[in-house]
Design a protein around this ligand. Structure first.
Ligand code: NAD
Length: 500
């Protein structure tokens, strides 16, 4: 007997879907099924696109100020329901409630930013670019746009997209992760309560079948995707081939460089939080610590001590630091990477594989794992593990550490810990990554900057939210106008017009 069935939200209505394909939504702490999810088929997705298409004319013609007022109300409702949202996230993802609250806050910050869209969308005007001729530019929405989001941030990542797309005048179809659908679905009700007209925001739950429709349908003008690199690349190439604007954010392998002058207690605290927080299931998690010089032994001693005080528990425990992994498959995958690291010859200093959480033996709990002597040619160094596994790579110099980062296929976030401003500046100038932290382990940009990686961590031209997000969801129109008096016809001109 299922507790609930999760469906879709189309044209202002919750619907159970027309298809008969269902998947299960688990509580990762207990391993129990807590809901079944209807996987949208083509009929459902097309209905969502049609609703968004029908709503576009009126929504895009709604003054930006009125759209913003709805965003203000939406932000207030998100604040009011932050705890419910955090609880819904924690129950399906497994992350701790305090971490989930942080996620909700970071999402709300993008809504806050989008409230100022009339200012951000303001055009340019030049009078008298030629005699009696004026030119002005404006940004206009694209039409129906889609968002496809990963399991690990069911509120924050959709909110990287939705407020930006709606405030700029687009209508939206969201396809959240089938593993963590409930919190994302709550967004639909809050937007409706904020006064958003039916059809402007739609949500279809499901998997590849739903995504394929979004990729093919000509009415979809743009796709924002966040997820793993192979899927990001597929979304980017297929969407672009079908004439859509695409931003596809992919996976990561974020390095933290530890310079010999860094405060090792600060570094150890930063690494513990950034590697094991959210059980390592963050695209900005630190998964590689590169020690420069002779600091590795001292750092590993500190990490080994601090790791003992991590409280592992089901996410709703307010005191928990770390919860379970999201699914049985993901648990098996992460554990297999730890086995692989041992087989590849890395030194497993802390082994969390045998961990069982008392009273939750069916849950997907994996305790922190720490590898030393990890080498560049090992798969545990090259591939994204996305779990509580930290690798230490020993480098002899700053140049070697920098080269490691720059040679890696991913380039999402990166950090350096040092007390030397010259080294930090050199690093920020030369490093090949989209987001850089100086003595900051998880440098997720605030909403009025933009988020995105380099190399195989992002496919497309635009980072997400901030002014980059506004540009992604709008296109530029430039008008050149003159108002000659009716009796001043000068005859046809056959040369390329120049301003006189
Ligand atoms: P995923 O790629 O498996 O899934 C992401 C989305 O794509 C989901 O909505 C899923 O239903 C859909 N999808 C999955 N397979 C598909 C297919 N074959 N065709 C079409 N759609 C498909 O990612 P995930 O496991 O949900 O999330 C974890 C990944 O996301 C990690 O790699 C992580 O680094 C990445 N991530 C990146 C960022 C970033 O900002 N760069 C942020 C969060 C997560």
């Amino acid at each position: 007997m299922y507790i609930k069935t999760i469906g879709h939200y189309i044209n202002g209505q919750h619907t159970s879907g027309t298809g008969s394909r269902y998947s299960q939504v688990f509580n990762p702490a207990t391993g129990q099924v807590q809901a079944q999810l209807n996987n949208a088929n083509a009929v459902d997705v097309e209905a969502a696109i049609s609703a968004a298409q029908a709503a576009f004319a009126e929504w895009s013609a709604t003054p930006a100020l009125r759209r913003s007022r709805i965003m203000f109300k939406f932000k207030a409702l998100l604040d009011e329901h932050a705890d419910d949202l955090a609880k819904a996230i924690s129950l399906e993802h497994g992350k701790t409630i305090s971490d989930a609250r942080g996620e909700v806050t970071r999402g709300i910050e993008v809504v806050e930013f989008a409230c100022g869209m009339p200012q951000l969308m303001k055009g340019d005007y030049n009078d008298q670019v030629g005699t009696g001729i004026d030119t002005y530019s404006m940004r206009q929405p694209l039409g129906v746009v889609a968002g496809i989001t990963p399991f690990n941030f069911p509120i924050m990542v959709p909110l990287w997209m939705i407020p930006m797309a709606l405030a700029t005048g687009n209508t939206f179809v969201l396809k959240p992760s089938e593993k963590t659908p409930s919190a994302s679905l709550m967004i639909a009700d809050l937007l409706a309560q904020a006064g958003l007209p039916a059809g402007v925001f739609n949500l279809v739950n499901g998997d590849k079948e739903a995504v394929d429709v979004l990729l093919q349908d000509k009415r979809i003008q743009a796709i924002s995707f966040v997820g793993s690199t192979p899927i990001a690349e597929h979304i980017y190439s297929t969407g672009s081939k079908n004439g859509k604007r695409v931003q596809a954010l992919g996976g990561a392998k974020n390095h933290l460089i530890v310079m010999p002058d860094a405060d090792l207690d600060q570094v150890a605290d930063a690494l513990i939080g950034a590697a094991f927080g959210s059980a390592g299931e963050r695209c900005m998690a630190i998964s590689v610590a590169v020690t420069v010089g002779n600091v590795a032994d001292a750092l590993i001693a500190k990490l080994s001590e601090k790791v003992q005080s991590i409280t592992i528990d089901q996410g709703l425990n307010e005191q928990a630091d770390m919860g379970p992994l999201v699914s049985a498959e993901h648990y098996a995958k992460v554990k297999a990477y730890v086995d692989l690291g041992v087989a590849e010859g890395a030194t497993l200093v802390i082994d969390g594989r045998a961990y069982q959480h008392q009273g939750y033996e069916q849950g997907y709990f994996l305790a922190p794992c720490l590898f030393d002597h990890v080498k560049k040619n090992m798969r545990i160094y090259q591939e994204e593990i996305f779990g509580p596994v930290l690798s230490v790579v020993r480098a002899t110099s700053f140049e070697e550490a920098l080269q490691l980062v720059n040679d890696h296929e991913f380039g999402n976030g990166v950090a350096i810990f040092t007390r030397d401003g010259e080294i930090a500046r050199e690093f920020t100038q030369r490093v090949q990554a989209g987001m850089v932290g100086v003595n900051v382990a998880i440098p997720v940009p605030i909403a009025f900057h933009s988020f995105g990686g380099w190399k195989r961590s992002l496919f497309g031209d635009h980072h997400i939210y901030g002014s980059e997000g506004m540009r992604f969801y709008t296109r530029l129109k430039t008008t050149t106008s003159r108002w000659p008096a009716g009796n001043k016809a000068a005859g046809a001109e056959f040369v390329m017009p120049t301003m006189k």
